[in-house]
Design a binder for this molecule. Structure first.
Ligand SMILES: [Ca+2]
Length: 193
């Protein structure tokens, strides 16, 4: 009897495990660990684009071989001017992910980050766009990384609206300091809800 109970328990555990792993589908990102040294668009790391708030050059986005979470390099955002934010991100088509919940995770490290009028420090970006305008987003608003911090993994989740045409994932630095980003991962955590 005891053996049968144990067998049933094992079967239930297996079923639970497979349903969890079955629901978590990885969505491939290009150069997710910033290991490529091929130049991307406008001098950005391959596969990534960067923007900053309009005005004087205020943020630079460079591969860093001295400070990295894994592999040989990461990307580092440096604040070098007065504008309130700069971000580096990757875009992918939203069509296959409409109505699903996505989870974006990556490792961040900070140095002397203080935040600005637009946000409290370093954050991950996960947003759904339509015709270039954000429809829905999760920018770690309530838990920005400030001060000087060692590598830590962060994650954000978002339900993709039915009308989204693009997904953007990445990291943003608000104000002074340096923000490092490495080992980005994007997953579907479950079906539509
Ligand atoms: Ca790396």
């Amino acid at each position: 009897m005891k053996r049968m109970a144990r067998a049933i328990l094992a079967a239930i555990c297996l079923a639970l495990l497979s349903s969890v792993s079955g629901a978590m589908v990885a969505i491939p990102l290009i150069n997710a660990g910033f290991e490529s040294t091929k130049p991307g668009m406008f001098g950005n790391p391959e596969g990534w684009v960067s923007i900053q708030h309009a005005g004087d050059l205020s943020y630079t986005f460079r591969l860093d071989e001295a400070v990295r979470h894994d592999g040989a390099r990461s990307v580092r955002i440096d604040n070098v001017g007065p504008e309130p934010f700069g971000s580096i991100y990757q875009q992918l088509p939203a069509a296959a992910h409409r109505g699903k919940r996505l989870r974006f995770s990556a490792w961040l490290r900070t140095e002397n980050v203080r935040g600005s009028l637009t946000g409290g420090g370093g954050v991950l970006i996960l947003q759904a766009m339509r015709s270039g305008a954000p429809l829905a987003w999760n920018h770690m608003k309530d838990m920005p990384v400030a001060g000087s911090t060692e590598w830590k993994r962060y994650e954000v989740e978002l339900d993709v609206p039915a009308t989204a045409d693009q997904i953007e994932v990445g990291a943003m630095l608000h104000g002074p300091g340096k923000l490092w980003l490495d080992d980005a991962e994007l997953q579907v955590t479950g079906g539509g809800r």
